[in-house]
Design a protein around this ligand. Structure first.
Ligand SMILES: Cc1cc2nc3c(=O)[nH]c(=O)nc-3n(C[C@H](O)[C@H](O)[C@H](O)COP(=O)(O)O)c2cc1C
Length: 175
């Protein structure tokens, strides 16, 4: 949707009472975007609907976080994750995302749903150096698969050192 070169380095925020909501199909194409998402990301609804969610991907996001996200929701479970996204004009905004699968009456996954709140400054300050370290590891490899396969164990080892699961880590930083 836009190139790396157009990043501005300017951060946008949104209200503590606001929730950025999107829904996707099974492949991650956006099927719903609420007004807060549209306003903060700076796109029109028409520009977002039908687009893959990686259209708003920011290069500061490690691949392994999205790998963990997809593995978890494919498995029918929910996940919380800190994500930095890119706005249409190249600004960025941090979110604490809660991503869940949506099931039909027969228990099959029919899509995914993400509710995002604004994270605390301390949480961002804690997560940024960790993401930087994961990105440094990923840059040593060429293909996306090689990259997340290299960085995911770094993330897991970091959490093991802290004696935390990924979920416990997220809750510790946002409480
Ligand atoms: C419900 C849902 C919401 C998502 N929200 C975002 C998001 O806000 N930003 C983002 O970069 N990726 C989001 N993703 C993950 C993307 O689908 C994709 O995996 C990620 O952007 C990495 O894309 P890439 O592997 O093509 O680089 C979401 C996925 C789902 C299922």
């Amino acid at each position: 949707m836009m190139s790396k070169e157009s990043l501005t380095g300017r951060e946008r925020t949104f209200g503590a009472e606001e929730i950025i909501v999107s829904k996707t199909d099974l492949k991650g194409k956006i099927t719903y975007a609420n007004d807060v998402f549209i306003r903060v990301a700076g796109y029109t609804e028409a520009e977002l609907l039908g687009r893959p969610h990686n259209s708003i991907r920011h290069p500061a996001m490690p691949r392994c976080v999205f790998e963990l996200l997809w593995q978890t929701v494919h498995d029918g479970r929910e996940i919380f994750a800190y994500v930095v996204n890119r706005c249409k004009n190249g600004d960025h905004y941090w979110v604490l995302a809660h991503v869940t699968p949506t099931f039909d009456a027969g228990g099959s996954i029919v899509g995914y749903h993400s509710n995002r709140r604004v994270p605390g400054r301390e949480a961002i300050a804690m997560i940024e150096p960790i993401y930087d370290e994961l990105l440094r590891e990923e840059r040593l490899y060429r293909t996306p698969k090689e990259q997340w396969r290299a960085s995911l164990p770094v993330l897991v080892a970091k959490l093991e050192n802290l004696g935390l699961t990924y979920e416990e880590f997220i809750f510790q930083t946002c409480s």
